[in-house]
Design a protein around this ligand. Structure first.
Ligand code: MLC
Ligand code: AMP
Length: 499
């Protein structure tokens, strides 16, 4: 059976006794063992009613089994739908319902709380823990280690990743096998990944960065990953000497630089440090080079497009830029008002086209049409320009978005929640500079009666993932507005940005 993604990433390693996953306790999974476990998950999914094309929603802790579940989905021809482990039941309800997921796999400790939601959405509930316990793990344990791979083509849907929207409603970005495979191939070559590489993996595996960029590239190259459950400074420092490459969000790099144990000796075995998902300050790039002798390779991507641009492996890696477009990606900068292409050097909205660009938003044709042009160019919502060297520089965003520690936060979602609380007339949520997370969330609220700020915080706790919670809530008499009546968030950012 043909299944290009499965064959390229997993199937061809079916007999390889080389290491794939190195776990913090020293345990090693070979590629062969990983492929065998994936087959067990593929059987377990089928037995749970998952047919080809069904969505499998997954909110589980990072583990070797969690990655094997991803592989099992690909082998069974199911659509993998990973979810942030910080999401609350409210948030999950929307994703499971909107996607029409056939099964929802959660942590065993959450089964009781999430069962009613899954039942309402019509999804069978299974569980999997980081320690390989839970109903799905038990079912998988009893299965054969070979599975008749489902036939899929490069045009078929492989994954659904939800990204929040400016209207407050999340949209499921549909990623085809071609989207994932083409990007993995391009990046593996560009960044020179081989079977000799050992990637230090501390990113979450429910987003493009940790799942597709890091994992798919390592698999394609036949290399290994040191799989840490999360970013932890001591663990990073302990494992760096065994690694050859690392991928991280800028917070990883600023945190490493804050630790005096992190020096050139510790990084001596490394060949490549890559940063993305949020802007890396030029000062961080320079400080890192001064400390270690390594120039961080910054690249630029999105959930909808995978990676679009990258600084070169061999040529100059320029601080404050995200490099030229990838070889198979077309990039243009356009006038946001007219869509007309602008000359190099002029700031406008960044648009991209290529095999990396997604198929559209799940069951939202009108949203798709707003952002994905008929000619295949995707309007990223990022503002930037192409400099004289052909490198892209991102200068801002044309979308109301906060990026905190690499996580996207859409102010509208928080504003809708705050506005619905007793005593709130209206609110404006902004991102303000933060030394650790790059940006942090601040809410500016106008009261229309007695206002209990603690109750506002509690409402956020019940409904929103922790990383979205406003770190500060400021109560004001009125929000600044322009002559059109639009809230001037730039004025608020100026006012509260240095507080
Ligand atoms: C954790 N917290 C955050 C947060 N992460 N708050 C805001 N923003 C974040 N990113 C909360 C915690 O719940 C905790 O709450 C408090 O902040 C401090 O936690 P911490 O221990 O300091 O956080 P930590 O667990 O160390 O996590 C920080 C982090 C993590 C930066 C390591 O957020 C992370 O791994 N981010 C990577 C995100 C990522 O992979 N993005 C890629 C998206 S794909 P409390 O209750 O203790 O106060 C994409 C496309 C592309 O964008 O181009 O790659
Ligand atoms: P997400 O929707 O989570 O995939 O986030 C994608 C967004 O992250 C992009 O639209 C950019 O705004 C931002 N981003 C990703 N990489 C970079 C980078 N290297 N520099 C600046 N912004 C980035």
């Amino acid at each position: 059976m043909t299944n290009p993604l499965y064959s390229a990433l997993f199937g061809r390693h079916a007999d390889a006794e080389t290491p794939f996953l190195i776990l913090p306790d020293g345990a090693v999974w070979t590629h062969r063992a990983f492929v065998a476990r994936a087959a067990q998950f593929a059987h377990a999914l089928r037995q749970s009613g998952v047919a080809v094309g069904d969505r499998v929603a997954v909110q589980v802790a990072k583990s070797a089994d969690a990655l094997a579940l991803y592989a099992g989905c690909v082998q069974a021809g199911a659509v993998f739908l990973p979810l942030n482990t910080a999401y609350t039941g409210d948030e999950l309800g929307y994703f499971i319902g909107n996607s029409g997921a056939r099964v929802f796999i959660c942590d065993p400790k959450d089964v009781a709380a999430l069962h009613p939601m899954a039942a309402r959405a019509g999804a069978a509930l299974l569980s999997l823990s980081a320690e390989a316990t839970g109903t799905l793990a038990a079912l998988a344990d009893a299965q054969p280690t070979q599975f008749d791979t489902a036939a899929r083509s490069e045009d078929d849907l492989a994954a659904l990743l939800y990204t929040s929207g400016t209207t407050g409603r999340s949209k499921g970005a549909m990623l085809s096998q071609r989207n994932l495979l083409s990007n993995a191939r391009t990046l593996t070559e560009l960044w020179r990944f081989t079977s000799e590489d050992v990637l230090l993996h501390a990113l979450p595996i429910f987003h493009t960065h940790g799942l597709f960029v890091a994992t798919n590239i390592t698999l394609l190259a036949g290399g290994a990953m040191i799989l840490l459950p999360k970013f932890d400074l001591d663990a990073m420092i302990a494992h760096l000497p065994r690694a050859t490459a690392m991928m991280g969000v800028p917070t990883f790099y600023t945190r490493l630089l804050e630790d005096t144990r992190f020096d050139a000796d510790l990084a001596a075995h490394m060949r490549l440090f890559i940063s993305g998902s949020a802007p890396l300050l030029a000062s961080t790039h320079e400080a890192f080079a001064a400390r270690t002798g390594h120039r961080i390779l910054e690249r630029y991507g999105m959930t909808e497009t995978n990676m679009n641009t990258s600084n070169p492996y061999d040529g100059p890696r320029v601080a404050g830029t995200v490099g030229p477009p990838l070889p198979d990606v077309e990039l243009k900068v356009t006038d946001p008002a007219t869509g007309a292409a602008l000359p190099d050097g002029e700031i406008g909205q960044i648009e991209v086209r290529g095999p990396n660009v997604f198929m559209g938003y799940w069951q939202m044709p009108e949203k798709t049409a707003e952002e994905l042009r008929e000619d295949g160019f995707f309007i990223t919502g990022d503002l930037g320009f192409v400099d004289t060297q052909g490198y892209v520089q991102i200068v801002g965003r044309n979308k109301d978005l906060i990026i905190s520690g690499g996580y996207n936060i859409y102010p509208k979602e928080i504003e809708l929640l705050l506005d619905a609380q007793p005593g709130v007339l209206e609110s404006a949520v902004i991102g303000v500079p933060d030394a650790d997370f790059g940006e942090r969330v601040l809410a500016v609220v106008v009261a229309d009666g007695p206002l209990d700020v603690e109750a506002l915080k509690a409402a956020c706790t019940d409904r929103l993932a922790r990383f979205k919670h406003p770190r500060e809530i400021v109560v004001v008499d009125a929000l600044p507005r322009n002559t059109m009546g639009k809230v001037q968030k730039n004025v608020l950012r100026d006012q509260y940005g240095s507080a």
